[in-house]
Ligand binder design. Structure first.
Ligand code: NAD
Ligand code: TYD
Length: 376
């Protein structure tokens, strides 16, 4: 197969590109990425010289460019991850989110439709796989702030911390109720993908995944930002009371799910991906502080005083919790890592890759971050 992976220079995309390039030497993997602030070719240094890998710098909104690339490369599959992905940025600049996430997705859909329709075999052996988020479902109520036993145990959630903060979970049939400009734009793109299946027969699949963590995540997202701040003893800006709940999945487990679903998933289906691994922000922050302190040889917990409660994010969703039992039941996917192991690996990686961190946060970027958080 010849496959375009969009957003392959970003956090999750780089793990997907690496997995596909290494696992499928017989495929041609084309990483299509605009290289925004979040895209970094240093994320792919280890595979950039492989013969089955090619990088193309392109904006997904460039319909003519995408259409020509599909023809030139005889593309059979698209795995679409390119997006503006940070909720805080979407609050400041919603237009860019609508442009990339909605119009960009539409441009890819239309290019795929026109190219595949023109082939004698049409949709046969073709796949348009759209990667989305659990945030499209809105927010769940926190009916059990003290925590209850979750309905399933997975490897990710089988460690010490093993609680759910409500009875309800995001299931595939739930109504979309996005609250942030980010999730509204992602929801809109999901609708377009399904519309292209229902209207034209395009062989689409959509997956909605919970929060990812792991190496190569851009350090304005919670976990890498806080690891870097703890290392440099800078304040840790905790929004509101730090009680919002997120359901965390190690990024390589997401990449494995994407591989499985791309090959074995049913066309027109939606699969939710998550590890039944809910954490209140403040609890995860404490784990991160203890882990960084220990790995740096500081007394464990010494940096708790960096925790700084700041003004809450506007429209901050209270709780996300994914029910991924359909994926486990139908395709046999399960997270491979216990959360405690995943966090240990993640913290170690950031501490050992300070140069990467310094490169991606240098110069203009630091100014942007400071401006974005001015007044908090
Ligand atoms: P990211 O911000 O780290 O990377 C996004 C990538 O897309 C970057 O390489 C960027 O250069 C590229 N990009 C942005 N605009 C582009 C454009 N117009 N044309 C071409 N490339 C462009 O994002 P991520 O965290 O890796 O997320 C990847 C996908 O997974 C997104 O669609 C996101 O909605 C989804 N997702 C993310 C999470 C998470 O926790 N990070 C969870 C569920 C779903
Ligand atoms: P984030 O990594 O931005 O992911 P998302 O908003 O897509 O879930 O944030 C994770 C949680 O951490 C979210 O509840 C907001 C909170 N948060 C902070 O408290 N402080 C921060 O500086 C950041 C970036 C996030």
């Amino acid at each position: 197969m010849n496959i375009i992976i969009t957003g392959g220079a970003g956090f999750i995309g780089s793990h997907v590109v690496r997995l596909f390039v290494n696992k499928y030497p017989q495929y041609k993997i084309i990483n299509l990425d605009k290289l925004t602030y979040a895209g970094n070719l240093a994320n792919l240094k280890d595979i950039e010289d492989k013969p089955n890998y090619k990088f193309v710098k392109m904006d997904i909104c460039d319909f003519d460019g995408v259409y020509k690339l599909m023809q030139d490369e005889h593309v059979d599959g698209i795995i679409h991850l390119a997006a503006e992905s940070h909720v805080d940025r979407s609050i400041k600049d919603p237009f860019t989110f609508a442009q990339t996430n909605v119009m960009g997705t539409l441009s890819l859909l239309q290019a795929a439709k026109l190219y595949w329709e023109s082939l004698p075999e049409k949709w046969e052996g073709k796949r348009f796989y759209h990667i989305s988020t659990d945030e499209v479902y809105g927010a769940l109520e926190m009916t059990h702030p003290e925590g209850i036993k979750p309905p399933f145990t997975t490897k990710a959630s089988s460690g010490e911390h093993h609680l759910a903060y409500g009875e309800k979970f995001f299931t595939e049939d739930l109504k979309y109720q996005p609250h942030s400009p980010y999730s509204a734009a992602k929801a809109s793109s999901d609708h377009f993908v399904r519309a292209f299946h229902d209207t034209y027969g395009l062989p689409t699949i959509v997956t909605n995944c919970s929060n990812n963590y792991g190496p190569y995540q851009f350090p304005e997202k919670l976990i890498p930002l806080f690891i870097n701040n703890i290392r440099h003893r800078k304040p840790l800006p905790v929004y509101g009371k730090g009680e919002n709940v997120r359901d965390w999945l190690y990024v390589e487990d997401h990449a494995r799910a994407i591989d499985l679903i791309f090959h074995k998933g049913k066309v027109a289906e939606t699969y939710n991906i998550g590890g039944f691994n809910e954490w209140k922000n403040i609890d995860i922050i404490k784990v991160v502080i203890n882990t960084v302190d220990r790995l740096l040889g500081r007394p464990e917990g010494q940096d708790m005083d960096l925790i700084t409660y700041v003004t809450d994010r506007a429209g901050h969703d209270m709780r996300y919790a994914i029910d991924s039992s359909k994926l486990q039941r139908e395709l046999g996917w399960e997270p491979s890592l216990q959360f405690e192991e995943g966090i240990e690996k993640t913290v170690k990686w950031y501490l050992e890759n300070q140069e990467w961190m310094d490169n991606v946060t240098s110069g203009d970027y630091q100014k942007y971050y400071d401006d974005m958080y001015k007044g908090r």
